[in-house]
Write a protein that binds this ligand. Structure first.
Ligand code: ISE
Length: 368
């Protein structure tokens, strides 16, 4: 029995695997671990939006919920034990969208079974955990891990990346990111704000600037007493990079008005900014208004589909260009420094990183 669930996973019904046999062999058989909001979205995207993959299995400790998802998505096999899904020979590639603390052991299980895996962020609970994954991949001698930094596939983020890369603003000197969740259930602590939310902005900063963060200074305040008065739900990070560039990141997990992600790069010649949501602008009662999205599933709907499609394509032609285990690790190294800064009240140096050769290939350098 694995530590993730009861050992009552069932073998796929015969008719499920019979159906599997008539699948187009060029389609990748994907298993999705975790059937909450994120996992259900990925499973439905595999089933409804991808021509190059089919949903072979889903796993969740709540097997009734997994069963309902499987029914909506063809005839996927249902497991309550994610390890059993990973070990299922019929599953060729795995998406991990279970709670954050399960990511490390499940990714290691995928590597043990030599299965490509798209793991939601954070890759592990801290940089030490992510380093175990990097080391396991280095031992294997190939990259099987992609991290769910879906913003890299968002057309608005890609447009900004392209504008920076084309030199249109000269050298980018300052990254300004802001990241707001509508609301937050109690239970999240200040460190998890960094590892669960800000981790995306840390990845964006590394991606846009093309440099590692060298020093961080993080502060925060409590704006939502329902989370506990010690929880810093509104945080501000200042950072500098190895090449002397600067950055700020505001993360606000209880904005009260909606979900919003923004970024602006200030360069020597100009600035470039993520386009704001493009919903209709309504004028009424002497007021101008525009809808704000509720959450990341709405805001990044398109990005999640492109992410999955590109991931599956990269497995078919063995050219991984997505955010890899090294990106998952490097972002957690900075996240750990931010948490240390929040705790100590002082700036923190970020350890200097040198990527093993397999992460420094031409492919891993081409980030979009
Ligand atoms: C959530 O877990 C996500 O991954 C979203 O992308 C992020 O914007 C949000 O802040 C997190 O809570």
């Amino acid at each position: 029995m694995s530590e993730f669930g009861r050992n009552d996973w069932r073998r796929p019904r015969i008719n499920e695997r019979e159906e599997a046999q008539v699948q187009d062999p060029s389609q990748m058989a994907v298993g999705v671990v975790g059937t909450g909001g994120m996992g259900a979205m990925h499973a439905e995207n595999v089933h409804n939006m991808l021509a190059n993959a089919w949903l072979a299995a889903v796993a969740d400790v709540d097997s009734a919920r997994a069963g309902r998802l499987a029914e909506r998505c063809g005839s996927a096999a249902v497991y309550s034990d994610p390890v059993a899904l990973i070990r299922d020979d019929a599953v060729e590639a795995v998406v991990i969208a279970s709670p954050d603390p399960t990511h490390l052991p499940l990714v290691l299980e995928c590597l043990e079974n030599e299965k490509p895996v798209l793991c939601e962020k954070p890759l592990a609970g801290d940089a030490g955990g992510a380093l175990e994954i990097v080391q396991a991949e280095v031992e294997l001698g190939r990259k099987l891990v992609q991290v769910g930094f879906m913003r890299r596939y968002d057309p608005q983020h890609v447009a900004v990346k392209e504008a920076v890369a084309s030199g249109s603003i000269g050298e980018p000197m300052l990254f300004k990111g802001w990241h707001r969740n509508l609301d937050q259930e109690p239970g999240l602590d200040s460190a998890a704000v960094v590892t669960n939310s800000t981790i995306h902005d840390l990845d964006s900063a590394r991606w846009f600037l093309g440099e590692e963060v060298e020093e961080v200074y993080a502060t925060g305040v409590n704006t939502a007493t329902k989370l506990g008065k010690d929880v810093l739900d509104l945080q501000l990070i200042q950072f500098s990079t190895t090449g002397g560039r600067l950055g700020t990141i505001e993360t606000n997990v209880v904005s009260g008005y909606g979900y919003e992600v923004g970024a602006e790069l200030v360069g020597e010649l100009g600035t470039v900014q993520i386009a704001p949501p493009s919903g209709a602008v309504v004028r009424r009662d002497r007021t101008v208004s525009q809808r704000v999205e509720e959450d990341w599933l709405q805001r990044f709907h398109e990005a999640y589909v492109i992410e999955l499609r590109s991931w599956i394509e990269s497995l078919g032609n063995s050219t991984s260009t997505g955010p890899d285990a090294w990106d998952g690790y490097a972002s957690l190294v900075v996240a750990d420094a931010c948490i240390a800064s929040l705790r100590s009240g002082s700036p923190q140096k970020v350890p200097t990183l040198k990527a093993p050769a397999q992460y420094a290939t031409e492919d891993s350098e081409v980030l979009w």
